[in-house]
Design a protein around this ligand. Structure first.
Ligand code: B12
Length: 485
């Protein structure tokens, strides 16, 4: 049977709600929609005209439009898994559509996800999705590689599939329902993903379990074209104040010559925009790269610092040291680029005072902003295998910064308080005023936005405290129980 109508859904762990607040600041109810799912929507649209995507990050789902689809594809990361399963259940009860789950969480947790859908399309869907649809149309048994499904109560997994080599699809932003209307809000950031994969294997990283260790890159001109179209889509809404595009690669600088080619291509294109990018500390030693970044319009590097202790780097197999990071931060700043810090709290060596140490480090080293993520363990990662008995629960919706495990040297409750403390100290009223008076332009605007965003993050973290207090009391029992093993 020919497939005529396809819908894609990105579930939101907190679906979008209109509010005055989230028009201006990066609030919990509004998030940038998934580029990954939009990539697949763009690919399918070229073959099946009636194809559209919904993202609960930016709009409600029009159910009357979704329920008569032939196939509904739902994609999510861990933090949105509960909502993803809820949506899948709702569709199953109210529609005859074939339900397919995909993305990082269903891929790494296909045994869990199998209960909610007809199929899971494992890994990256770029070159499997059309083959999969054709396979469904043919109506014979599932022969597409990289698929998991339940048959007679057993899970069937078809042959393993290699990640796609061609990742050059340029997004059609118009295929996402309500996107054009929503990009006028400064809380949604233009993003481009230029490469996939990372040669490193940090124990807690779930990404290399899906993208792999081999780095795959897009042609520089293809990246530039995507940047150009993304900017033009976002800036078609004149109310935007923030004009910064985020290159979301996990390790953009892993292929050094390619990274230089992309930066040169941006410079040659004449695109006049501001950019931010994620990176490991090594880029801070590369003066030539830092010069190119500056020239291409980059204003900031979001560095995966993760920890401040060499013991933690060693424990989780991240090749890095405290001194490496400090030296790198200083050199990046010397080149006139800001450094943002991405941190993990709740490593086995972390104890009381970890929040204060982090805040002091950020302030002393002039780190311009932070994302603090409490450690969590996703099935499929080495750290899950070694630490799964330390998870307090598997309520995935709480994996948005909350403490979700029993750390070795501090109670879950105290760790959550350390995270709140660090955020409060970094984003204090005193520092807000000092930023308003002493900083200018982007520095000032971003700090004000983040000040309010972090307030809303802390509000959520505080709501979790009573639960963690209870869990911490029980953790006395937990430790005792484990010491007898
Ligand atoms: C951009 C980004 C964001 C954006 C938007 C995310 C979004 N809507 O996609 C923002 C800033 C909002 C964000 C926020 C957060 N993020 Co974030 N983010 C990213 C980042 C850097 C890039 C995402 C991306 O574009 N990937 C590239 C595309 C090509 O990959 P993809 O989305 O996985 O899609 C491909 C495949 O997975 C597959 N696929 C995807 N969906 C589907 C569906 C079907 C049906 C099929 C068949 C296939 C399929 O095909 C796609 C194309 O190949 C990732 C890191 C990463 N590399 O993914 C972290 C990442 C997703 N974020 C993460 C986290 C933890 C968060 C936060 C919780 C952080 C925090 N403490 O606040 C918040 C949560 C937000 C919320 N809703 O509450 C983690 C999630 C880990 C996990 N196990 O799920 C990641 C992986 C970072 C990391 N290093 O661990 N994030």
């Amino acid at each position: 049977m020919k497939m005529k109508k396809i819908r894609f859904i990105e579930p939101g762990n907190l679906p979008y709600k209109k509010s005055i607040k989230n028009m201006f600041i990066y609030d919990k109810y509004i998030r940038t929609p998934s580029n990954g799912l939009l990539t697949l929507t763009t690919i399918v649209k070229k073959h099946i005209d009636d194809t559209l995507m919904y993202s609960e990050s930016i709009s409600k789902i029009l159910w009357e439009d979704v329920l008569d689809s032939d196939i509904v594809f739902i994609g999510f990361f861990t933090f949105a898994a509960n909502r993803g399963y809820e949506i899948a259940k709702y569709i199953r009860q109210n529609s005859n559509a074939i339900i397919v789950l995909g993305g990082l969480h269903p891929t790494l947790n296909y045994e869990e996800a199998c209960d909610y859908c007809d199929y899971i399309l494992l890994g990256e869907g770029d070159d499997s999705i059309l083959e999969f649809i054709r396979n469904i149309e043919d109506g014979i048994s599932m022969t597409t590689s990289g698929v998991a499904y339940k048959k007679d109560n057993t899970i069937v997994v078809t042959e393993k599939r290699n990640p796609p080599e061609n990742i050059e699809t340029i997004l059609d932003h118009n295929l996402l329902f309500n996107f054009k209307e929503m990009v006028k809000y400064n809380t949604i950031w233009p993003q481009v993903h230029a490469s996939r994969g990372c040669p490193h294997s940090c124990d807690y990283c779930s990404l290399i379990r899906i993208f792999g260790n081999k780095v795959r890159t897009r042609k520089p001109e293809n990246v530039v074209e995507e940047i150009r179209r993304t900017i033009s889509f976002y800036d078609s809404q004149s109310r935007r104040v923030s004009r910064v595009l985020w290159i979301t690669d996990d390790n953009f600088f892993a292929e050094r010559e390619w990274a230089k080619d992309v930066l040169n291509a941006i410079i040659d294109s004449g695109i006049n925009y501001k950019f931010t990018i994620q990176a490991r500390y090594e880029v801070g030693y590369d003066d030539e790269m830092l010069e190119l970044l500056k020239k291409a319009g980059f204003i900031e590097i979001a560095m995966g610092i993760e920890f401040l202790e060499d013991e933690a780097f060693k424990n989780y197999h991240k090749k890095s040291t405290y001194n490496d990071i400090v030296k790198s931060v200083k050199n990046i700043q010397k080149h006139g680029l800001r450094v943002r810090g991405l941190f993990i709290m709740g490593a086995d060596n972390h104890s009381k005072g970890v929040g204060e140490r982090l805040a002091n480090f950020v302030i002393e080293n002039n780190i311009c902003g932070v994302l603090i993520q409490s450690m969590y363990f996703v099935p499929g990662t080495p750290v899950y295998e070694t630490h799964k008995d330390k998870l307090i629960h598997t309520d995935w919706s709480k994996c948005v910064g909350n403490v979700v495990h029993y750390p070795e040297k501090i109670s879950p409750y105290d760790l959550q308080k350390e995270i709140i403390y660090a955020s409060r100290k970094i984003y204090s009223i005193r520092r807000l005023f000092s930023n308003i008076f002493k900083k200018q332009g982007v520095d000032r605007i971003l700090f004000i936005g983040e000040f309010f965003w972090q307030r809303s993050v802390r509000l959520d973290l505080r709501k979790e405290l009573p639960f963690l207090k209870k869990a911490s009391k029980e953790s006395g029992l937990y430790l005792l129980k484990n010491s007898f093993k």
